[in-house]
Design a binder for this molecule. Structure first.
Ligand code: ZN
Length: 388
């Protein structure tokens, strides 16, 4: 038996935001950050919710990569306002914070670190969740993941529960136009990594496969256009949809070792999530191909790469990923990120142990031993090939 969980309603396309006018409820809390508020998006969302007859409060204190303390403060404010709707508005950080704040609001007896798939949270007794992404990549609007930082341990907690999947996801491409090109590239590569890792994951299934393949096709076709021209409406809309499809896919399969290494690099060297996982993606394909060549070959054929053997398909898929990353100006190695060999070697043990212990590592089609993780991270430092 398997289970596929997704938002109950996904509203997408031009003017999707207007759907907010039809939501039934009395009090809404918009969870966002100062940048999104400054762009006027929070006020726009608030005005639609008011037209739906709701009292609206805006919490704009979400940090980049929110901490448990940040979430607890948000939950305190939520208890004062008593919302029956949480609106997570922004990039992954804002939507993840909204999920965690919602949990603590409904379950004041819980600590955020206790969110896990086996814990019955009993949500939706007081409120529900709408997510509205303003970047095209994290897929948090469709996933059962919330990433919260444990500041003391300098560690990102990958917290999951099927109950925290949003009730409604609203994908309005107009909001994605404000992304600077660098953010469009980073988040787009995050979505590509979600879809490719989701497709080859040990837990992949027919439903996640369909979404992953379509997302990969869209990203290869539209990412570069969306990166080069934020006024390209078609490309922006397609990337916005693909990010959520990739989110639905990996949330119901799993991501793999590129995410494990990306989380580790991100936590230690403060590299943005999408840039970090995108950097590791081609290296992880080369490593994992031994046990998933046919799956990677499916992907290559679905994006119209002309190949005869699975082996050739893997090589050409790696080249295609590197090409698109280069075109959107993403560093192809840790060295190109500007990290010196000395700093890298100082933190190598830490990088390796965090990645080796990540849950994502165990879902990879080829599960690496600690020594293999060390080889992979070292390979990604300067691209000098190491035999696995
Ligand atoms: Zn990701």
């Amino acid at each position: 038996m398997w289970e596929f969980t997704s938002p109950r309603t996904i509203v997408f396309g031009e003017n999707a935001l207007e759907y907010l006018k039809t939501i039934e409820g009395t009090r809404a809390l918009i969870v966002t950050d100062k940048v999104i508020r400054k762009l006027g998006f929070a006020d726009k969302v608030a005005s639609y919710l008011k037209q739906a007859g709701m009292a609206v409060e805006i919490l704009d204190e979400v940090e980049t990569e929110p901490s448990a303390e940040n979430v607890m403060k948000g939950a305190e404010l939520a208890r004062k306002h008593c919302p029956d709707w949480f609106i997570g508005l922004g990039g992954g950080s804002c939507m993840d914070a909204a999920k965690a704040i919602w949990v603590l609001y409904e379950r004041p007896d819980m600590e955020v670190a206790a969110i896990n798939p086996l814990e019955k949270l009993g949500l939706r007794k007081k409120a529900r969740l709408t997510c509205i992404p303003t970047t095209s990549g994290t897929g948090s609007d469709a996933t059962w993941v919330t990433m919260i930082t444990d500041v003391k341990e300098c560690r990102k907690m990958e917290l999951t529960s099927r109950e925290i999947v949003a009730d409604i996801a609203i994908l309005d491409p107009e909001l994605a136009k404000s992304m600077p090109p660098r953010v469009a590239a980073d988040t787009g590569l995050d979505a590509l990594t979600h879809a490719i890792e989701g497709y080859v994951s040990q837990w992949s299934n027919d439903f996640s496969d369909a979404l992953a393949i379509r997302a990969i096709q869209i990203i290869f076709k539209y990412l570069l256009r969306a990166y080069r021209n934020s006024e390209d409406k078609e490309a922006k809309e397609k990337m916005h949809n693909a990010a959520t499809m990739a989110g639905m896919s990996f949330s119901n399969s799993q991501v793999g070792v590129a995410h494990a290494m990306g989380h580790s690099l991100g936590a230690i060297f403060h590299v943005p999530h999408g840039r970090a996982v995108g950097l590791f993606l081609p290296y992880s394909i080369e490593y994992s191909a031994r046990d998933a060549a046919q799956r990677y070959a499916d992907i290559a054929r679905e994006i119209d790469i002309d190949v005869e053997t699975d082996e050739e398909a893997v090589t050409k898929l790696v080249q295609a990923v590197k090409k698109i990353e280069h075109e959107v100006g993403t560093p192809g190695s840790i060295k190109e990120l500007g990290i010196s060999r000395e700093d890298f070697e100082k933190r190598l043990d830490d990088l390796v142990s965090r990645a080796a212990n990540s849950l994502c590592t165990f879902m990879n089609p080829r599960v690496p031993e600690v020594e293999d993780v060390r080889k992979l991270v070292t390979y990604a430092y300067d691209g000098k090939k190491i035999n696995f």
